[in-house]
Design a protein around this ligand. Structure first.
Ligand code: AVI
Length: 323
C-alpha cells in the first residue's frame, strides 16, 4: 500500500463575499435579471452537479469520460515529458486520473477550482494515490487574474486542461477573452486540452437540462438558497420554476428561474421587485461545431492540433497549441 506523503500545497484565493454580493445585486438590477452561473458551485451545488452528471439524460459527462478512456494514451502522446499539467475547474478530478495513468513524467499538477472543499478533498486523494506527483492546488476564480504556482521540478511545457465543456458556460466574447488569458499565461508551443459539447438534436439537449430526477431543477434553485444563507436573502424557493430551453440563434441552452407571482425579495437590505412570469437568467451552455470552436480559439492565438470525438458526434476533446 502506498504511504501518504507530505501535505499538498494549498493556495486559497477564493473570491470574497463582497464580490458575491455585488455580482448578485448587479445581476438582479438588470432589465433581464441574471445571476452568474459560477455561484452554483458551493458545496451543495457541487454535489447536485455531480448528481446531474450521473443522470441518464445528461450525456456530456459519460460521453467525455468514454472519449478519455479510449484516447487518453493518444492525448498524453501529444504532450512533452516534464510538462506542468494545469486543470481549470478540476472538480472531483475524475477525468484527470485517466490521463495521469499515461502521463508518467509530469513536473507537477495544478488543480484550480472555486469550490474549496471539493478541491481540497480531490487534491488530497490525488496526492495519496500519486506519491511522486507534486500537487499544487489553487482555490481561485479562474476568470480573474491569478498566478500559477511553480513546481520544484523543471517545467518543459505548460498544458492547460479544461474538461467538462465549461467553456460553453461563457458567452462567445467572454469565452474568447478567457482563451486569450490562457494563451497569455502560456508560451508558444504550450498546450490546451479542452472538452467541447457539440451541436446536436434539440430534443436531446432539452432533456439533458430537464432530467426526470429533477437534480437540474434543484441545482438551479440552489443558487437562491445560497444567496439566502450567505447574503441574508429571503428568496422563497418554491415561488420560482426551473426552465431550460435551446436558443437556436445563440447556439446555447439557457437556464432560467421564473417567478410564479409578483413579489419582492430582499438581499442584504436591498429590495428587488419580481413580476409574475419574470425570469432570472442563471446559465447559458453554448454548443459548438469543431470548426466554430477552432475559429474561436484561433482568435485567441491557439491552433487546433487534434480532436477526438465519440461515435455519436455528441462531444469533442480538442488539443490546441499556442501559435
Ligand atoms: C458545468 N457545465 C458545463 C454544465 C453545463 O452543461 O453547462 C453545468 C450544468 N448546468 C446544468 N446542467 C449542467
Amino acid at each position: 500500500m502506498k504511504q501518504p506523503k507530505e501535505e499538498i500545497t494549498f493556495h486559497d484565493l477564493s473570491p470574497e463575499k463582497e464580490i458575491f454580493l455585488n455580482d448578485v445585486c448587479d445581476g438582479l438590477s438588470k432589465p433581464q435579471k441574471t445571476l452568474p452561473c459560477k455561484y452554483f458551485y458551493n458545496e451543495v451545488g457541487s454535489r447536485l452537479f455531480n448528481a446531474i452528471c450521473r443522470t441518464v439524460e445528461y450525456y456530456p459527462t459519460r460521453t467525455e469520460l468514454g472519449i478519455m478512456k479510449t484516447y487518453a494514451g493518444e492525448m498524453a502522446d501529444m504532450l512533452k515529458p516534464g510538462c506542468l499539467f494545469i486543470e481549470y475547474g478540476s472538480g472531483i478530478g475524475e477525468k484527470v486520473r485517466l490521463l495521469l495513468e499515461h502521463l508518467k513524467e509530469l513536473s507537477g499538477y495544478v488543480p484550480i477550482d472555486i469550490s474549496k472543499e471539493h478541491l481540497k478533498e480531490a487534491a488530497e486523494d490525488l496526492n495519496r494515490d500519486y506519491p511522486d506527483l507534486e500537487v499544487l492546488a489553487v482555490c481561485a476564480d479562474f476568470t480573474k487574474e491569478f498566478s500559477i504556482p511553480a513546481p520544484q521540478k523543471n517545467v518543459t511545457q505548460k498544458v492547460i486542461y479544461f474538461p467538462g465543456s465549461t467553456i460553453g458556460n461563457f458567452h462567445k466574447e467572454a469565452a474568447c477573452h478567457l482563451l486569450e488569458n490562457m494563451a497569455n499565461s502560456l508560451e508558444s508551443g504550450d498546450g490546451l486540452l479542452i472538452g467541447i459539447d457539440l451541436k446536436k438534436n434539440e430534443e436531446i439537449l432539452i432533456q439533458a437540462y430537464n432530467d426526470n430526477s429533477s437534480f437540474t431543477e434543484a441545482f438551479n434553485r440552489n443558487i437562491l438558497l445560497r444567496i439566502n444563507k450567505e447574503l441574508d436573502g429571503d428568496f422563497q424557493l418554491d415561488w420560482f420554476d426551473h426552465e431550460a430551453f435551446y436558443e437556436e440563434s445563440k447556439g446555447c441552452v439557457e437556464m432560467h428561474l421564473v417567478s410564479r407571482r409578483e413579489h419582492k425579495v430582499t438581499i442584504h437590505g436591498q429590495t428587488f421587485q419580481f413580476l409574475k412570469g419574470e425570469s432570472i437568467h442563471t446559465e447559458s451552455s453554448h454548443k459548438y461545431t469543431i470548426d466554430e470552436f477552432s475559429a474561436l480559439a484561433k482568435q485567441a492565438n491557439f491552433n487546433l492540433k487534434k480532436s477526438w470525438i465519440d461515435e455519436n458526434d455528441f462531444f469533442g476533446v480538442l488539443y490546441l497549441e499556442v501559435i
